[in-house]
Ligand binder design. Structure first.
Ligand code: PEP
Length: 259
Protein backbone atom coordinates (compact mmCIF):
# COMPACT_ATOMS: atom_id res chain seq x y z
CA UNK A 1 0.00 0.00 0.00
CA UNK A 2 1.45 3.39 -1.06
CA UNK A 3 1.35 6.11 1.58
CA UNK A 4 0.03 9.45 0.40
CA UNK A 5 1.37 12.73 1.73
CA UNK A 6 -1.61 14.97 2.55
CA UNK A 7 -1.89 18.24 0.64
CA UNK A 8 -3.43 21.50 1.79
CA UNK A 9 -3.89 23.77 -1.21
CA UNK A 10 -4.92 27.41 -0.95
CA UNK A 11 -6.90 28.80 -3.88
CA UNK A 12 -6.65 32.57 -3.62
CA UNK A 13 -8.98 33.07 -6.60
CA UNK A 14 -8.85 36.73 -7.75
CA UNK A 15 -7.52 38.09 -4.48
CA UNK A 16 -4.24 39.76 -3.38
CA UNK A 17 -2.00 41.89 -5.56
CA UNK A 18 1.70 40.98 -5.54
CA UNK A 19 2.46 43.14 -2.50
CA UNK A 20 -0.34 41.58 -0.46
CA UNK A 21 0.80 38.16 -1.69
CA UNK A 22 4.32 38.81 -0.43
CA UNK A 23 3.02 39.90 2.95
CA UNK A 24 0.82 36.80 3.18
CA UNK A 25 3.66 34.38 2.38
CA UNK A 26 5.95 36.06 4.91
CA UNK A 27 3.29 35.79 7.59
CA UNK A 28 2.48 32.17 6.72
CA UNK A 29 6.17 31.23 6.75
CA UNK A 30 6.61 32.89 10.13
CA UNK A 31 3.69 30.90 11.60
CA UNK A 32 4.80 27.62 10.05
CA UNK A 33 8.39 28.11 11.28
CA UNK A 34 7.29 28.29 14.89
CA UNK A 35 8.83 25.31 16.64
CA UNK A 36 5.55 24.49 18.33
CA UNK A 37 3.66 24.45 15.09
CA UNK A 38 3.84 21.02 13.57
CA UNK A 39 2.62 20.53 10.03
CA UNK A 40 5.39 18.21 8.91
CA UNK A 41 2.99 15.56 7.72
CA UNK A 42 1.50 17.62 4.97
CA UNK A 43 2.47 19.58 1.89
CA UNK A 44 1.27 23.18 1.97
CA UNK A 45 0.57 24.81 -1.37
CA UNK A 46 -0.58 28.21 -2.64
CA UNK A 47 -2.30 29.13 -5.88
CA UNK A 48 -2.02 32.89 -6.37
CA UNK A 49 -3.37 34.80 -9.36
CA UNK A 50 -0.90 34.84 -12.30
CA UNK A 51 0.28 38.34 -11.36
CA UNK A 52 1.62 37.20 -7.97
CA UNK A 53 3.24 33.89 -8.90
CA UNK A 54 6.66 35.43 -9.56
CA UNK A 55 6.68 37.30 -6.23
CA UNK A 56 5.67 34.12 -4.39
CA UNK A 57 8.36 32.14 -6.22
CA UNK A 58 11.14 34.61 -5.36
CA UNK A 59 10.19 34.61 -1.70
CA UNK A 60 9.90 30.83 -1.43
CA UNK A 61 13.20 30.26 -3.22
CA UNK A 62 15.21 32.96 -1.49
CA UNK A 63 14.03 31.97 1.99
CA UNK A 64 14.00 28.23 1.18
CA UNK A 65 10.45 27.95 2.45
CA UNK A 66 8.82 24.53 2.48
CA UNK A 67 5.85 25.68 0.44
CA UNK A 68 4.69 24.58 -2.99
CA UNK A 69 2.82 26.80 -5.39
CA UNK A 70 0.84 26.61 -8.58
CA UNK A 71 -1.67 28.35 -10.82
CA UNK A 72 -5.45 28.46 -11.04
CA UNK A 73 -5.79 27.98 -14.77
CA UNK A 74 -3.73 27.18 -17.87
CA UNK A 75 -4.15 27.67 -21.59
CA UNK A 76 -4.43 24.53 -23.71
CA UNK A 77 -2.10 25.98 -26.35
CA UNK A 78 1.60 26.38 -25.91
CA UNK A 79 2.38 29.67 -27.60
CA UNK A 80 1.26 32.06 -30.27
CA UNK A 81 -1.53 34.53 -30.97
CA UNK A 82 -3.74 33.77 -27.96
CA UNK A 83 -4.16 37.13 -26.28
CA UNK A 84 -4.47 36.94 -22.52
CA UNK A 85 -3.50 33.27 -22.23
CA UNK A 86 -0.68 31.77 -20.17
CA UNK A 87 0.89 28.47 -21.21
CA UNK A 88 1.86 25.44 -19.14
CA UNK A 89 5.52 25.89 -20.09
CA UNK A 90 5.43 29.48 -18.79
CA UNK A 91 4.03 28.24 -15.48
CA UNK A 92 6.56 25.42 -15.25
CA UNK A 93 9.34 27.94 -15.92
CA UNK A 94 8.09 29.89 -12.88
CA UNK A 95 8.54 26.77 -10.75
CA UNK A 96 4.84 25.92 -10.44
CA UNK A 97 4.23 22.33 -9.36
CA UNK A 98 0.44 22.27 -9.71
CA UNK A 99 -2.35 23.76 -11.80
CA UNK A 100 -6.00 23.79 -10.81
CA UNK A 101 -8.16 22.43 -13.62
CA UNK A 102 -11.91 22.51 -13.97
CA UNK A 103 -12.78 24.57 -10.89
CA UNK A 104 -16.55 25.09 -10.82
CA UNK A 105 -16.10 28.87 -11.06
CA UNK A 106 -14.14 28.43 -14.30
CA UNK A 107 -16.72 25.95 -15.61
CA UNK A 108 -19.44 28.50 -14.80
CA UNK A 109 -17.93 31.83 -15.87
CA UNK A 110 -15.82 30.67 -18.82
CA UNK A 111 -16.58 28.31 -21.63
CA UNK A 112 -14.68 25.37 -20.14
CA UNK A 113 -16.23 22.05 -21.08
CA UNK A 114 -14.88 18.54 -20.56
CA UNK A 115 -12.94 18.60 -23.85
CA UNK A 116 -11.15 21.77 -22.83
CA UNK A 117 -10.51 20.39 -19.34
CA UNK A 118 -8.99 17.21 -20.82
CA UNK A 119 -6.67 19.39 -22.91
CA UNK A 120 -5.68 21.43 -19.84
CA UNK A 121 -4.86 18.23 -17.95
CA UNK A 122 -2.69 17.05 -20.84
CA UNK A 123 -0.94 20.42 -21.12
CA UNK A 124 -0.15 20.44 -17.39
CA UNK A 125 1.19 16.87 -17.47
CA UNK A 126 3.26 17.52 -20.61
CA UNK A 127 4.94 20.44 -18.83
CA UNK A 128 5.86 18.22 -15.87
CA UNK A 129 3.34 19.64 -13.38
CA UNK A 130 0.43 18.00 -11.57
CA UNK A 131 -3.18 18.85 -12.41
CA UNK A 132 -5.62 19.29 -9.53
CA UNK A 133 -8.85 18.23 -11.18
CA UNK A 134 -11.95 19.67 -9.51
CA UNK A 135 -15.21 17.72 -9.62
CA UNK A 136 -18.42 17.83 -7.63
CA UNK A 137 -22.16 18.00 -7.90
CA UNK A 138 -24.44 21.01 -7.66
CA UNK A 139 -27.32 21.11 -5.23
CA UNK A 140 -29.65 19.91 -7.99
CA UNK A 141 -27.77 16.64 -8.59
CA UNK A 142 -27.70 16.04 -4.85
CA UNK A 143 -31.44 16.65 -4.64
CA UNK A 144 -31.94 14.06 -7.35
CA UNK A 145 -29.73 11.58 -5.49
CA UNK A 146 -27.24 11.27 -8.37
CA UNK A 147 -24.33 13.09 -6.72
CA UNK A 148 -21.89 10.18 -6.70
CA UNK A 149 -22.58 9.19 -10.31
CA UNK A 150 -22.17 12.83 -11.28
CA UNK A 151 -18.81 13.40 -9.56
CA UNK A 152 -17.42 10.02 -10.64
CA UNK A 153 -18.71 10.68 -14.17
CA UNK A 154 -16.77 13.96 -14.27
CA UNK A 155 -13.61 12.11 -13.25
CA UNK A 156 -14.27 9.44 -15.86
CA UNK A 157 -14.92 11.93 -18.67
CA UNK A 158 -11.63 13.71 -18.08
CA UNK A 159 -9.35 10.79 -17.25
CA UNK A 160 -10.57 7.98 -19.48
CA UNK A 161 -7.84 8.35 -22.12
CA UNK A 162 -4.94 8.90 -19.74
CA UNK A 163 -2.24 6.27 -19.34
CA UNK A 164 -1.62 4.74 -15.91
CA UNK A 165 1.49 6.89 -15.61
CA UNK A 166 -0.43 10.10 -16.42
CA UNK A 167 -3.34 9.23 -14.13
CA UNK A 168 -0.99 8.56 -11.22
CA UNK A 169 0.17 12.22 -11.38
CA UNK A 170 -3.34 13.57 -10.76
CA UNK A 171 -4.72 15.18 -7.66
CA UNK A 172 -8.53 15.14 -7.55
CA UNK A 173 -10.48 17.69 -5.53
CA UNK A 174 -14.02 16.68 -4.63
CA UNK A 175 -15.75 20.04 -4.28
CA UNK A 176 -19.55 19.94 -4.09
CA UNK A 177 -20.58 23.19 -5.76
CA UNK A 178 -23.15 23.92 -3.06
CA UNK A 179 -20.39 23.91 -0.43
CA UNK A 180 -18.01 26.34 -2.18
CA UNK A 181 -17.94 29.72 -0.49
CA UNK A 182 -21.35 29.06 1.08
CA UNK A 183 -20.40 28.14 4.63
CA UNK A 184 -22.31 24.85 4.08
CA UNK A 185 -19.52 22.35 4.53
CA UNK A 186 -20.18 18.73 3.52
CA UNK A 187 -20.50 16.32 6.41
CA UNK A 188 -17.46 14.08 6.92
CA UNK A 189 -19.61 11.15 5.74
CA UNK A 190 -20.54 12.90 2.49
CA UNK A 191 -16.90 13.84 1.82
CA UNK A 192 -15.59 10.34 2.57
CA UNK A 193 -18.32 8.65 0.53
CA UNK A 194 -17.50 10.73 -2.54
CA UNK A 195 -13.73 10.29 -2.12
CA UNK A 196 -14.19 6.55 -1.73
CA UNK A 197 -16.40 6.37 -4.86
CA UNK A 198 -13.77 8.29 -6.85
CA UNK A 199 -10.97 6.02 -5.61
CA UNK A 200 -13.00 2.89 -6.42
CA UNK A 201 -13.53 4.24 -9.91
CA UNK A 202 -9.77 4.77 -10.33
CA UNK A 203 -9.19 1.21 -9.09
CA UNK A 204 -11.57 -0.16 -11.68
CA UNK A 205 -10.04 1.85 -14.54
CA UNK A 206 -6.35 1.72 -13.63
CA UNK A 207 -4.02 -0.49 -11.65
CA UNK A 208 -3.91 -0.47 -7.85
CA UNK A 209 -0.83 1.70 -7.85
CA UNK A 210 -2.77 4.55 -9.52
CA UNK A 211 -5.75 4.23 -7.19
CA UNK A 212 -3.45 4.18 -4.16
CA UNK A 213 -1.25 7.08 -5.30
CA UNK A 214 -3.79 9.69 -6.40
CA UNK A 215 -4.51 12.20 -3.66
CA UNK A 216 -8.15 13.11 -3.22
CA UNK A 217 -8.87 16.43 -1.53
CA UNK A 218 -12.09 17.75 -0.13
CA UNK A 219 -13.00 21.39 -0.86
CA UNK A 220 -15.95 23.54 0.17
CA UNK A 221 -16.08 25.85 3.20
CA UNK A 222 -13.18 24.16 5.00
CA UNK A 223 -12.03 26.12 8.03
CA UNK A 224 -10.10 25.48 11.28
CA UNK A 225 -13.22 24.27 13.07
CA UNK A 226 -14.21 21.55 10.62
CA UNK A 227 -10.83 20.38 9.22
CA UNK A 228 -10.03 17.74 11.88
CA UNK A 229 -13.39 16.07 11.66
CA UNK A 230 -13.27 15.98 7.87
CA UNK A 231 -9.75 14.58 7.93
CA UNK A 232 -10.77 11.87 10.40
CA UNK A 233 -13.76 10.82 8.32
CA UNK A 234 -12.04 8.00 6.52
CA UNK A 235 -8.95 6.92 4.69
CA UNK A 236 -9.76 8.36 1.27
CA UNK A 237 -9.41 12.07 2.02
CA UNK A 238 -5.84 13.26 1.62
CA UNK A 239 -6.19 16.93 2.45
CA UNK A 240 -8.08 20.03 1.40
CA UNK A 241 -8.60 22.61 -1.29
CA UNK A 242 -9.28 25.80 0.63
CA UNK A 243 -10.74 29.05 -0.73
CA UNK A 244 -11.95 31.67 1.75
CA UNK A 245 -9.88 30.42 4.70
CA UNK A 246 -6.75 30.42 2.52
CA UNK A 247 -6.85 34.24 2.54
CA UNK A 248 -6.09 34.31 6.25
CA UNK A 249 -2.57 33.06 7.05
CA UNK A 250 -3.48 31.96 10.58
CA UNK A 251 -6.57 30.06 9.52
CA UNK A 252 -4.76 28.46 6.60
CA UNK A 253 -1.82 27.42 8.78
CA UNK A 254 -4.18 25.98 11.37
CA UNK A 255 -5.90 23.88 8.69
CA UNK A 256 -2.44 22.59 7.67
CA UNK A 257 -1.67 21.71 11.27
CA UNK A 258 -4.94 19.80 11.62
CA UNK A 259 -4.43 17.84 8.38
C1 PEP B 1 -12.71 26.78 -3.62
O1 PEP B 1 -12.90 27.84 -4.20
O2 PEP B 1 -12.09 25.88 -4.19
C2 PEP B 1 -13.21 26.63 -2.26
C3 PEP B 1 -13.18 25.45 -1.73
O3 PEP B 1 -13.68 27.76 -1.64
P1 PEP B 1 -14.18 27.87 -0.11
O4 PEP B 1 -13.16 27.19 0.75
O5 PEP B 1 -14.26 29.33 0.13
O6 PEP B 1 -15.50 27.17 -0.04
Amino acid sequence: MVSRKPLVAGNWKMNFDHIEATYFVQKLAWILRDAHFSYRNCEVMLMPPFTSIRSVQVLIESDRLKLSYGAQYVSVTNQGAFTGDVSADMLAALGCSYVLVGHSERRKYHPEDDANIVDQVRAVLAAGMKPILCVGESFEERRQGIELEYAVGQVHDVTRDLSDQQASELVIAYEPVWAIGSGMVATPQIAQQAASAIRSHLRSEYDDNVADRVRILYGGSVNPSNASELMASGRDIDGFLVGGAALDAEQFATIARLT
